[in-house]
Design a protein around this ligand. Structure first.
Ligand code: EPU
Length: 417
């Protein structure tokens, strides 16, 4: 298994270009199931999770053509409605095929995703939403089976804004009879990107990006070209890394509007953040001030940036509080940071108190999930001495060529096979 070795202490400097967003690409690729034709994707990141959803679609019968940065998916040959355990267990976002399958074929069987390192992550709202659209749902031997002759539009209220739940039901509702209204919908940029693409395919959707999304069902959707939006979490990860190392980095090909919560918190730490139309520059010359954060659904501070921000706070002046309000077990990285000399205490499971220390020390540490692995890379970049991170397959799920990108910014980082 690959490891990442980092010798810390170099301020990052230079330019880096952001890849396409994993969490936008996954639902967009799943939406190919809705179309009896081809979708052509560009700015596709080269990631394990993208590979996983492509393999799942191929298993369903889709024919896919891959070239660097591009993916063509022809959904006309899909003939299977079952997403098997072996494919779903590799990536929870496989649940995104459920809505499209039942909408187009009237029948879907999808392995029930289990919990993951960061929490139980139930999919109950996906299922009650599909039931509201007239599907009958059965849970049998670890599989979700959904059936409906044709889905019928309805009002759906989400108890909590759910990103993939909103996406699944928005996709399902595009081919339903009549109008569906999603209330308390998630407002993430990835939802808008999906709605824009579905509209280009012929769907009738209004309100994406607000808490109320209306979808008027149509008979069929058509082929189109889809450019994947830049990854706001990769953008944020480089922003925090630039600030943490006391560097000066121009982050290109990103959308600063999508990461406003982080920009304001980074500015409060004393970092200088200059935003341009499709790039931003982060530099830091003064000591880091401690800042409290609470993770919230978009446009609040993203849970997917919590671990990286915690690393920054480990070397801040004074104490800070991080409140993780989205997932119940998303502080696993804190234990690894402790091994590097950080001063962190966790109370009630979702509140972390961090007292800044002068420096972190390099150590052998282990990644537990995707964003935790990014926080440990940043920790390695600022630590004194050598850090070796194992289980970096977590990172490969969602960061394209991260060690190459950090290395081009002057970091002493390499992958050990
Ligand atoms: N929830 C339920 N029931 C449901 C669905 C969600 O109780 O049926 C709860 C969850 O347990 C959680 C909250 O609702 O407490 C929000 O979860 P959400 O459904 O929004 O999460 P998700 O759709 O499974 C996506 C991202 C995650 C990101 C979260 C939150 C994708 C593929 N995944 O997950 O990304 O952390 O939204 O923003 O879009 C990552 O990229 O590292 C990652 C974990």
């Amino acid at each position: 298994m690959d490891k990442i070795k980092i010798v810390g202490g170099t301020p990052l400097s230079g330019e880096v270009t952001i890849s396409g967003a994993k969490n936008a690409a996954l639902p967009l690729i799943a939406s190919s199931i809705l179309v009896n034709g081809k979708l052509n994707f560009t700015n596709v990141p080269n990631l394990m999770d993208i590979n996983s959803i492509r393999l799942l679609l191929e298993d369903l019968g889709a024919s896919c053509k891959v070239s660097p940065g591009c993916l063509e998916v022809d959904g006309s040959s899909i003939h299977k409605i079952e997403a098997e355990y072996d494919l779903v267990r590799k990536m929870r976002a496989s649940i995104l095929v459920l809505g499209p399958l039942v909408a187009r074929f009237g029948h879907a069987k999808v392995s029930l995703p289990g919990g993951c390192a960061i929490g139980a992550r139930p999919v109950n709202m996906h299922l009650t939403g599909l039931e509201a659209l007239g599907a009958t749902i059965n849970l049998d031997h670890g599989y979700i089976e959904a059936k409906a002759d044709r889905l019928i539009g309805n009002e759906i209220y989400f108890d909590i804004p759910t990103v993939t739940g909103t996406e699944n039901l928005m996709m399902a509702a595009t081919l339903a009879k009549g109008t569906t209204v999603l209330r308390n919908a998630a407002r993430e940029p990835e939802i808008i990107a999906l709605a824009d693409a579905l509209i280009n395919m012929g769907a009738k959707i209004t309100g994406a990006g607000t808490t109320i999304i209306a979808i008027e069902g149509v008979q069929s959707l058509n082929s189109c070209e889809i450019d994947i939006i830049p990854d706001r979490i990769e953008t944020g990860t480089f922003m925090v890394a630039a600030a943490a190392t006391g560097g000066d980095v121009l982050i290109k090909g990103c959308m600063p509007d999508h990461i406003g919560g982080l920009i304001s918190k980074l500015k409060a730490t004393g970092a200088i953040v200059d935003t341009f139309e499709d790039s931003l520059r982060v530099k830091r010359k003064t000591p880091i001030k401690s800042v409290d954060i609470k993770t919230l659904p978009y446009p609040g501070f993203p849970t997917d940036m919590q671990a990286q921000f915690m690393t920054l706070m480990t070397i801040a002046d004074g104490s800070s509080i991080i409140h993780e309000s989205i997932f119940e077990n998303r502080f696993i990285h804190a234990n690894e940071l402790l091994r590097m000399g950080a001063d962190i205490s966790i109370s009630g499971g979702n509140i972390a108190s961090i007292r800044g220390v002068d420096k972190l020390q390099g150590a052998e540490i282990m990644a537990s999930d995707l964003r935790a692995s990014a926080s440990l890379v940043i920790a390695g970049l600022i630590a004194e001495g050598t850090t070796v991170i194992s289980r970096v397959y977590h990172m490969d799920r969602g960061y394209e060529a991260i060690e190459k990108k950090f290395s081009s910014l002057g970091a002493n980082i390499k992958r050990i096979k």
